[in-house]
Write a protein that binds this ligand. Sequence first.
Ligand SMILES: Nc1nc2c(ncn2[C@@H]2O[C@H](COP(=O)(O)OP(=O)(O)OP(=O)(O)O)[C@@H](O)[C@H]2O)c(=O)[nH]1
Length: 377
Amino acid sequence: MNNYEFLDPVMPGDPSVEMTAITTDQFESILNIQQKILNFIAQDRKENDILDELCTLSEVMLESSVASIMLLNPNTESLSLVSAPSIPEDSHHLLYGVLPNSGNGSCATAFAHGRPAYVNDTSTDDRWRNARDLANSFEIKSCWSMPVYNRDGRVIGTFALSSAKQRRPSTFHDRLLKMCSSAVSILLERKELRRLSVTDKLTGLWNRVKLDQGLHAQRASYSVYQETYSVMIIDIDHFKHINDNYGHNVGDTVLSGIAEVLRDNIRPRDLLGRWGGEEFMVLLPDSGNGKALEIGEEIRMAVRNHSFGLAGDLTVSIGICEVKENLRTLEVVDRADRALYRAKASGRDRVCMFYKNKGKRPSNIVDINKKAAATAL
Ligand SMILES: Nc1nc2c(ncn2[C@@H]2O[C@H](COP(=O)(O)OP(=O)(O)OP(=O)(O)O)[C@@H](O)[C@H]2O)c(=O)[nH]1
């Protein structure tokens, strides 16, 4: 049986649902929610915001209820809250790491069985036998949970409406929950596609599309705050030899290994991505007074000190542009590229930074390995 069949209208005779005809007003209210969600999608609002909106809109359909969305974390194989705008944030941790087993509450049970779990009384229902304390903490008496499926029909999470009263859902609530489950499924798929469209498949870093967005965002931010930022391009030295000597697969492993080293050596606010081939880029906000040079040097040393398995020891060359004026992004990248070119041309395994030198050319690149000499050029 295809799991999606559970999202069809409830079958007559289902004891968990009170069979009442859906009124025109109720039907309209479901359509209204659908329309609002579709409008948010058309406006390209962020998926997490839309999930919050969906919760808020559905709560209005059931007096003093709270909506929540939980998703499976495949690494921990447990369910965690991803949206519940009406639950105070300081209680969210209670809904992290819930094991998806029958008996651990409505959502865990709905997830485990891949079908709705409509619980009218959490204090007596067997599906809450291991989670009575949780029900007490949140003062939940009834909790109706609907599985959320992915495109392959696999359960990936749940959508639930809970309330402080003992309640049995009507046909209308069943339809509402099913519609919400489908909406969550579409929004999560969309979120994943959005993530993939800006992610480099090999290294898991941001790709060039995201870096371009970041460059434009930095420029826009500079024009408002005039805060110095830097752009760093990192290029693996003699990478072609690795492919030629050990094969493309080892080359790929090295690219992933370098990505790890870079990740470990940037600040949380820096944006790191693969610019293309064996080139990486880091955008460093708030990095005046040579801060990017310092970070570049740390990266260079970290790569030197890392062992890349079969490929052995490696080095990188780094070009940096520190931006203190309103520059087009193309110009910024070009300056970082020129600094990189200088790093390669002067022996590789070094960090060079482009700096503005009031008209004198070509003395506009500082080589950190011989800084004094370069600045005196
Ligand atoms: N394995 C692998 N190789 C790649 C990938 N993308 C680009 N390359 C290789 O990267 C190499 C880049 O070589 P070059 O531009 O000559 O540069 P290099 O050998 O690193 O030399 P320098 O930059 O001058 O130090 C080429 O052999 C490309 O085939 C990739 O995704 N995987």
